[in-house]
Structure formats: structure tokens, C-alpha cells
Design a binder for this molecule. Structure first.
Ligand code: PAF
Length: 283
């Protein structure tokens, strides 16, 4: 069955309120559309933890800086709707900019400590846009549980902290990265890559795998591991490293002896497309 398409905050809240009154548990997956297998895995996870599933499709302008890919961000609403139907989604929240940011809009939510790190270095306004829209979506959809992808590890951590700090009564689940058969992490932005860039983009996954193997073998010299990753990636002429970071998975500060879980996070420009990937390493 096609999901119900809801385009106003009032109608969405009313739908959620009616469900809740009937004792339903509401699962939520916020997306920017152009759904791929990664999104579908989040939807399946949300459905495992709920009795009603809402997907939002909204390309949020406040998380794009001027000159980024807002205008060319891929969109295909009919296909997304079909995929949501196949996955058993009951409602798709599909607002437009005038609903989400009406004239006179002036309130933002941001994380004062994590937003400027890692991806925040080259995208200083990005996470403020993300936390603002996700807080708004949480208030509109009022889910019991929301699912985010580990691919955007920094985003997931920032959302977890927002939920804790602002007392949202929502369980946050972070689902594993979904990869193409050759290892490339799924992303709507992969479609910007030429065939040659797509081939070279594998350098991210290859260096992550190599580092995981060395880590499992007991290697812990982060400076040396970082150098090896840079050398491998820079051997691919289409690739330019934005950052290679070994950070504490809870604080995103440089990993130390006491970091229990270390996030190895990469951001690499492949041509003009900025791709990210990561893995968790445990001591
Ligand atoms: O991960 C995304 O697609 C977006 O950042 C999100 C969470 C839907 C907010 O616009």
C-alpha cells in the first residue's frame, strides 16, 4: 500500500497523535530523499522497533552552505514513495520550504562543542542546520524511536547528544553502514561520480580495511597509520584528503590511551564530490 503523504506539520502531528492514542509505537527515519539501500536498512530497523513507520523527505537548505550542492542534490519523489511502499512505511512527511522555514524564521538549535569538529571544519554551518531540522522534525513527527546511519557518525553523535540535552523522549538507534558490493559506502552523492572517480573512490574503503587489519594485529601508532592512509588515498589522482581523524568516539577529540572506542573518520574529495566514511576501532 502507498504511504500516506503528509505535507503540513499540523497534519503530521494529528496523524501521530491518533496513532499514539491507539497504542501504536512510532518509528521515524529522517531523510533527504533519493533513497538507496542504506536508507532502506534504516527503515527496516525503524520497523523492527515500532508499529507505525514515518519517513521524512526534505532537502534541508540550512545544512548546505552557499556554493554547496543544494540545487543539484538528487531528487525523485515518486521513486522514493514507491520504495517506502515496498518497505511498509505508513506515512511520508514531505514538507516544502515555506512550511519548514516560513518568512521570519529565526530559531536554531546547535551543539556548542561537536559542531565545529571533523566535518564542521570544512562545513562550519552544516550541523547547526542538521540539529535545527531534526529538532523540528522530532517535534512534528513525535516519534518514539528514530534511526540514523553510522555512515554519518558525527551527525548521529550530535543527534544523540541533542536528544539527551533537550530532553526529547525519543530512543535513538544508529544502524551500521551499508556498502556497495565492492565496499564503497552508500551515499546519494555517489551518483555525482564519473566511472573513473567511482573507481578511485574505493581508496576510502581500502584504507579503512587496511587500517582495521593492522589494528586487529595490534598496531597502535596512530601517526603512522594516518600517514599510510594519506599515502594510499593520495596515490589516486582524483582524490584529495579533507581529513583523516582518529578520535574518541564519544567526544570526537583526538584519541588517547583512555579512549575505549576510537572512530577512524575520513573525508575525501573525489573530484568535486566530498565523500565520508568511517569505522570504529576498539582498544
Ligand atoms: O542524514 C541526512 O540525510 C540529513 O542530514 C537529515 C538527518 C535527514 C537532516 O536533514
Amino acid at each position: 500500500m502507498k504511504p500516506e503523504v503528509i505535507s503540513t506539520p499540523e497534519a503530521m502531528r494529528a496523524r501521530s497523535a491518533a496513532w499514539r492514542k491507539n497504542g501504536e509505537r512510532i518509528g521515524f527515519v529522517p531523510t533527504m530523499g533519493y533513497l538507496h539501500e542504506g536508507h532502506l536498512s534504516l527503515i527496516r530497523e525503524a520497523r523492527r522497533h515500532s508499529t507505525r513507520c514515518v519517513v521524512s523527505i526534505y532537502v534541508n537548505p540550512t545544512q548546505f552552505a552557499p556554493g554547496e550542492d543544494l540545487d543539484k542534490y538528487p531528487r525523485d519523489f515518486e521513486r522514493d514513495l514507491q520504495l517506502c511502499a515496498e518497505e511498509g512505511v505508513q506515512a511520508v512527511f514531505f514538507p516544502d520550504d515555506t512550511m519548514m522555514y516560513p518568512e521570519g524564521y529565526q530559531t536554531y538549535v546547535y551543539n556548542a562543542s561537536l559542531s565545529g569538529l571533523l566535518c564542521g571544519q570544512s562545513r562550519p554551518t552544516h550541523f547547526k542546520g542538521v540539529t535545527t531540522i531534526v529538532a523540528k522534525l522530532f517535534n512534528i513527527v513525535q516519534p518514539d524511536v528514530a534511526v540514523f546511519g553510522q555512515k554519518d557518525a558525527q551527525q548521529a553523535l550530535i543527534i544523540r547528544n541533542m536528544v539527551r540535552d533537550l530532553h526529547f523522549p525519543i530512543e535513538i538507534i544508529v544502524a551500521p553502514i551499508v556498502r556497495e558490493s565492492d565496499g564503497l559506502a552508500m551515499s546519494s552523492r555517489n551518483r555525482y561520480l564519473t566511472a573513473e572517480q567511482r573507481r578511485q573512490a574505493l581508496a576510502l574503503y581500502q584504507s579503512i580495511r587496511q587500517t582495521e587489519t593492522e589494528w586487529q594485529n595490534g598496531r597502535r601508532d596512530i601517526a603512522g597509520l594516518t600517514r599510510n592512509i594519506r599515502t594510499h588515498i593520495e596515490a589516486h589522482p582524483a582524490c584529495r584528503v579533507d581529513y583523516i581523524a582518529f578520535v574518541d568516539a564519544r567526544t570526537l577529540q583526538p584519541a588517547t590511551e583512555s579512549s575505549r572506542e576510537i572512530l577512524l573518520a575520513l573525508a575525501v574529495y573525489v573530484g568535486s564530490t566530498r565523500l565520508i566514511d568511517n569505522t570504529l576501532l576498539t582498544r
